[in-house]
Design a protein around this ligand. Structure first.
Ligand code: C5P
Length: 218
């Protein structure tokens, strides 16, 4: 699947990362986690004392940090000004601040440009909220991946070493609400996207399904 772009959008915790990495690995494609980029810029804002609820302050610093994404599906990396922040960007502080930062148009403009450069000639599986709708509307395959909130919270809590279920679900739903309601590039099912509900499916079943959809298109 050289030159192919697979766009996977969906709600928080629907299994996008695990699915996309496995699909990319199986098909010999690159992988781009755009959520990690929004998280990394958010981490930088918090670290530099920028008030993340002040959209003008966030916009004024949108270009400042140097972000580099590694696109190996087996070992994706994200660095900010040269520091690997893969672990730091999953903190509760970043979870709580990432949706307001991501709603700022200057942040989106900067990251969408970076994402388009990284996608380049394709051969990549890209996950996010607006990939099929804004970043790469010409993607050969667009998947809209969802699952019931309780299933998403259970998976995410397990990933985080048994974190509190109801707090995890609350945090996911709070992000979904901001991500779906924002003015610029809200989370939405893109034109031509295929809706996959993973509530009742294992990771392997979802991966098989998406790999099958890619193979139909190459
Ligand atoms: O995918 P993940 O849950 O890591 O994304 C974290 C946050 O980054 C989302 O809740 C959303 O606010 C933002 N995001 C976005 N657009 C993308 C990817 C992520 O606004 N393409």
């Amino acid at each position: 699947p050289e030159n192919v772009v697979v766009a996977v959008d969906g709600t928080s915790g629907s299994g996008k990362s695990s699915t996309c990495r496995a699909v990319a690995d199986r098909l010999g494609m690159r992988y781009l986690d755009t959520g990690a980029q929004y998280r990394a810029i958010t981490w930088w804002m918090l670290r530099n004392g920028i008030d993340v609820h002040d959209a003008d302050a966030v916009a004024a610093h949108a270009e400042a940090p140097v972000l580099v994404s590694g696109t190996d599906p087996l070992a994706p990396t994200i660095t900010v000004d040269g520091d690997d922040v893969s672990v730091q960007i999953r903190s509760d502080e970043v979870n709580a601040a990432v949706s307001p930062v991501s709603a700022v148009p200057a942040v989106r403009a900067r990251l969408v440009a970076l994402q388009r450069t990284l996608i380049g000639d394709g051969g990549i599986v890209v996950e996010g909220r607006d990939i099929g709708s804004v970043v790469w509307p010409d993607a050969q395959l667009k998947v809209y991946l969802t699952a019931d909130p309780s299933a998403r919270a259970a998976r995410r809590a397990l990933e985080n070493g048994g974190a509190d279920l109801s707090a995890t679900q609350e945090s996911l739903l709070a992000r979904d609400k901001i991500d779906s309601g924002r003015a610029v590039a809200p989370l939405t099912m893109a034109d031509g996207a295929i809706h996959v509900d993973s509530t009742e499916l294992s990771l392997e079943e979802v991966v098989d399904l998406v790999v099958g959809l890619v193979m139909e298109r190459v």
